[in-house]
Structures are given as structure tokens and as C-alpha cells.
Design a protein around this ligand. Structure first.
Ligand code: XBP
Ligand code: MG
Length: 237
């Protein structure tokens, strides 16, 4: 089976971004004087909900509030999220969010071998553009044949929609591509889309259910592009 594309998740896979997201959320909450502070342990639980807006809405549901106040706070979620995205974009532009080990080399090896690259992420296009430009420079956006992200799909991970969108944009069947993920939600999304998946957990996702992963690694530091097919062959969904 010829491998024609690698499809990467962004947050936690290309780069360990979630601490920057967490701090950005807290700065936005402070800007809106909400009195909310997401500590690491609480944020790790909240990360089971994909999508920053969905995460905030679910958090509001957990608060003991009069209905009118709950509705008012929920109506503010898009504005709070836009403010959070501004803070996050500033961290990324400052170079505060480097690529994970092995990512730059593996992407260059894939491109040199004529393999396409794509992205399937829950975060926003703004965040992805900022990360690709801050880590790869101006060539960052041109490296990827397709970027499927954010609100382009109604059902976010663990639904397969974002991976199906990436495959449609690549005009590929799932057997000709491999997904790279960091979280159980992301793995479930890729697997449901029929993709073999390489998983590299991190601080926020370690200990999750990765039983359907084709390959589980601590990072991409040791993975060579020309080994991927062989190492994932028996992990076909
Ligand atoms: C991870 C997410 C995102 C980020 C925050 O996305 O679920 O919601 O946590 O980014 P993925 P936003 O791992 O699929 O890249 O606030 O922009 O959603
Ligand atoms: Mg992720």
C-alpha cells in the first residue's frame, strides 16, 4: 500500500501547545473579570472536551449559577475565546511554543520522499497559521497540501469528521495515509476515519486509552519516514 500522505494533529502532536492554551484561557478569564482559573489538573480533565469554545461552555455548565447568569456567560464564550486566541497567538509569535522532538525532521523527510503533508486539528486556523509560521517560517503554510481545522466541521474529535475532511481535500482513501495524534479523542477520530495512527502522548494525555494505535511512541525523535509503513503495517484499523 503506497503511503501518500501524513496527516498531523496540531495541539500536543506537532507542538506541546496546551500549557500555552491554558495560560491564554486564564488571561482571557482575568480580562473579563470572571474569577475563573484553570489549574493544570483541572485543565487536564477539561481537555477531554475538544474545542476551546465547547470546553468553556461545558465548564459553565458545571458552575452553580442562576439560569439567566449561565445564559449570559454562555453568550460571552465567542468573545472570551477570541481574546484567548489573541493571547495564545502572542505566545506563539514570541517563539514560546517549539515543535516537539523529531517533527521538523520527519516532515522534511516525508516531503523529500514525495509524500504529502496535511493537518487535521480542532484548534482554529489562526492558531495553526501562527504556529506554522513561528516554527517553520514563511515556508510553513506551503508545506501542507491540506489544513482541516476548527469550526470547518460541526462534530469535533472524537468524531471522524475532521479527518474525513482532510482525506477529501487530499483526494485519498484512508489506506494511503497515516495519522499522527497525541490524545485518546484524536486517536478515536482518526481510527473512526479508517486511518492507521501513530500516537505520541504527552503530559496532558499520558495514561489514556491508546489501544487502537498502530504505533505508540514517546515522541517522533526516533521515527524515520522510511520506517513508517513497516512499523504501522499490522495496525490497520
Ligand atoms: C486540541 C483542542 C483545542 C485546543 C485549544 O486540538 O481540543 O481545543 O485545546 O484550541 P487538536 P482552541 O489536538 O485536535 O489540535 O481554543 O482554538 O480550540
Ligand atoms: Mg491533539
Amino acid at each position: 500500500m503506497t503511503l501518500e500522505a501524513l496527516i498531523f494533529d496540531v495541539d500536543g502532536t506537532l507542538a506541546d501547545t496546551e500549557e500555552a492554551h491554558r495560560v491564554a484561557f486564564n488571561l482571557a478569564f482575568e480580562r473579563y473579570r470572571l474569577g475563573w482559573v484553570w489549574q493544570p489538573d483541572e485543565y487536564r480533565e477539561l481537555l477531554h472536551i475538544t474545542g476551546g469554545k465547547e470546553r468553556m461552555s461545558m465548564y459553565i455548565e458545571t458552575l452553580a449559577l442562576p439560569d439567566a447568569e449561565r445564559r449570559r456567560l454562555k453568550s460571552m464564550v465567542p468573545d472570551i475565546h477570541a481574546e484567548k486566541t489573541r493571547f495564545y497567538g502572542a505566545f506563539v509569535a514570541d517563539g514560546a511554543v517549539p515543535l516537539r522532538d523529531g517533527v521538523a525532521r520527519l516532515l522534511d523527510e516525508a516531503l523529500a520522499a514525495g509524500c504529502k503533508l496535511a493537518i487535521a486539528s480542532t484548534t482554529t486556523a489562526v492558531n495553526i497559521d501562527a504556529l506554522l509560521q513561528s516554527t517553520f517560517g514563511t515556508r510553513g503554510l506551503d508545506m501542507f497540501s491540506a489544513i482541516a481545522c476548527g469550526d470547518r466541521v460541526r462534530a469535533k474529535k472524537p468524531a471522524p469528521d475532521i479527518y474525513r475532511l482532510a482525506l477529501r481535500a487530499l483526494e485519498l482513501l484512508p489506506e494511503h495515509a497515516i495519522a499522527f495524534e497525541d490524545s485518546p479523542n484524536g486517536l478515536r477520530a482518526a481510527h473512526a476515519a479508517g486511518l492507521r495512527t501513530v500516537v505520541t502522548p504527552n503530559f496532558w494525555t499520558e495514561g489514556g486509552d491508546f489501544s487502537v494505535a498502530s504505533l505508540l511512541l514517546p515522541s517522533l525523535a526516533e521515527l524515520r519516514f522510511d520506517e513508517i509503513e513497516r512499523l504501522t503495517a499490522n495496525g490497520t484499523p
